[in-house]
Design a protein around this ligand. Structure first.
Ligand code: SF4
Ligand code: SF4
Length: 162
């Protein structure tokens, strides 16, 4: 069974176990954990194709900073004000985010229309590599339910540390 199907089948029943694992990993925080996470991240993403999933682009509106807004507006040949008006809204934290979910730039084949110039938040998602894993434990608890890669990365890190 592929990793995405496996996640769909098990994500609800394994939720408690994932949270327990993350609580345990919190005590392992540090460079060693982040190095292992980087390695497992590469392994899981080599076995899984985001184009078969697109769950993040479908369910989590990404945040755009000022640089993102200017870049994406330029790519679309729009002024920043017109781009903001058409595609963005301010969320409850005061951040600018895409105003629809699924994302307006997600295409039918799950490709991103602005892939080369996509927001930084999209590039960094799901925050499990680049020595960032241990700083995002609370986020991983939520993302394990949205992203099959996060789910499997957590399980494999746990296995590796047993
Ligand atoms: S901008 Fe592209 S990568 Fe980001 S959520 Fe939209 S479709 Fe996905
Ligand atoms: S939810 Fe995770 S696995 Fe799915 S497309 Fe997004 S990053 Fe890739």
């Amino acid at each position: 069974m592929n990793l995405i199907e496996d996640w769909k089948n098990r994500k609800s029943s394994a939720r408690k176990q994932i949270r327990k694992t993350l609580s345990r990993l919190e005590r392992e925080k540090g460079k060693k954990l982040d190095m292992l996470a980087d390695q497992v991240h590469e392994e899981v993403f080599s076995e899984l194709d985001c184009l078969d999933c697109a769950n993040c682009c479908t369910s989590i509106p990404p945040m755009l900073n000022k640089t993102d807004i200017a870049r994406v507006a330029r790519t679309l040949g729009m002024g920043t004000a017109a781009f903001q008006e058409q595609y963005l809204r301010m969320d409850e934290d005061g951040d600018m985010v895409m105003n629809t979910s699924p994302c307006p730039f997600l295409q039918e084949d799950h490709a991103c229309l602005i892939y080369e110039d996509r927001p930084k938040a999209c590039r960094q998602y799901p925050h499990t590599n680049e020595m960032e894993f241990s700083q995002r434990m609370n986020l991983h608890k939520v993302n394990a339910n949205h992203c099959p890669a996060v789910f499997h990365i957590i399980e494999r890190i746990n296995q590796a540390l047993l």
